[in-house]
Design a protein around this ligand. Structure first.
Ligand SMILES: [Zn+2]
Ligand SMILES: [Zn+2]
Length: 308
């Protein structure tokens, strides 16, 4: 099975505190790296965890609050210094390109030597923004005050059907005929007998998926987009116990995040974007568990295997 893993680099709000850093995550999908948000300190985590920044070709930025992209200036600077030549794609809201270009202009750094492509997202409706051999990526429009914000859904591509090995010998199926059978075709024996696909193959494992939802108030319209997701990251800036009106601040509390996971029938929930007021993150997960049992803290430096 292809690798599909999420590593948490940062899980806090704008104040880096108690060793924690703002939002940043890395997905390893079939040995390609995808960076999801790029808070301050992202490169420090790369160094700590031995993550190869040159293996990143796509960066996804949820919105333009600094705690989700301030690390990008440093990262792009590193690419410049390291003389990156391969193209880099940044999926982000309108405005980021202008910010990056302004920095390059004011610092007199000159143009980037590698092709830098900006793909602007819209928070109005869910759209497919990437489609390659391994995955499809869709935006998840979120509700975060006035600022356009999207989450991202990473979905494994449907795999071809699997051959039943014993049938290859049984019907003497030549090697060249196998790809067509894996794609649903039948097999005709030299005697002209048709063997149906169902007898030759079995269904592949269901495509796995990961949904990233930060920052957002409790927002029910995301449910159909993230339905049955294997792993859901949902922000929980506050706990419920403190009685803070998270929604008013464009954020969610633990119980709201858990309710979204439950309604979406997610298999697992991880919580992040914690206010720096909290030191006991496990207590936040415990509160969420009263609504959705399979909840964990999106602990920094921890890797989650999608679909496990
Ligand atoms: Zn934030
Ligand atoms: Zn924000």
């Amino acid at each position: 099975m292809m690798r599909f893993e999420l590593t948490i680099l940062g899980n806090t709000t704008p104040f880096p505190s108690k060793g924690r850093l703002p939002t940043s995550q890395i997905l390893n999908i079939n040995e390609r790296l995808y960076l999801v948000d790029c808070g301050e300190g992202t490169q420090i985590r790369f160094n700590e965890l031995g993550i190869k920044r040159m293996k990143i070709d796509h960066i996804f930025i949820s919105h333009l609050h600094g705690d989700h992209y301030f690390g990008l200036f440093g990262l792009l600077g590193s690419y410049r210094m390291a003389r990156r030549t391969t193209p880099l794609h940044i999926h982000c809201p309108t405005g980021l390109q202008e910010l990056i270009e302004l920095e390059a202009k004011i610092s007199l750094a000159g143009p980037f030597l590698f092709p830098l492509h900006f793909h602007e997202t819209t928070a109005k409706k869910s759209k497919k923004i990437l489609d390659n051999a391994d995955i499809e990526v869709f935006t998840i429009p979120l509700k975060h005050g006035e600022i356009p914000t999207t989450g991202f859904l990473f979905k494994e591509k449907e795999q071809p059907r699997k051959m039943i090995k014993s049938k290859i010998a049984e019907y003497n199926i030549p090697f060249q005929a196998i790809p067509a059978i894996k794609n649903g075709g039948f097999f005709k024996t030299p005697e002209g007998k048709v063997i149906k696909n169902k007898e030759l193959t079995f269904a592949p494992p269901a495509p796995r998926s990961y949904a990233f939802c930060s920052d957002t108030a409790y927002h029910l319209p995301i449910i159909p987009i993230i339905k049955n997701v294997d792993l859901l990251y949902h922000e929980a800036t506050f706990n419920q116990e403190d009685g803070i009106d998270a929604s008013k601040k464009g954020h969610s509390n633990t119980i709201e995040a858990a309710t979204i996971a439950k309604k979406a029938k997610a298999k697992k929930l991880i919580l992040g974007h914690f206010s720096s007021r909290y030191t006991d993150l496990e207590a936040l997960a415990e509160e969420a568990k009263t609504v959705f049992k399979n909840t964990e803290v999106a602990e920094e430096k921890k890797t989650f295997v999608i679909g496990e």
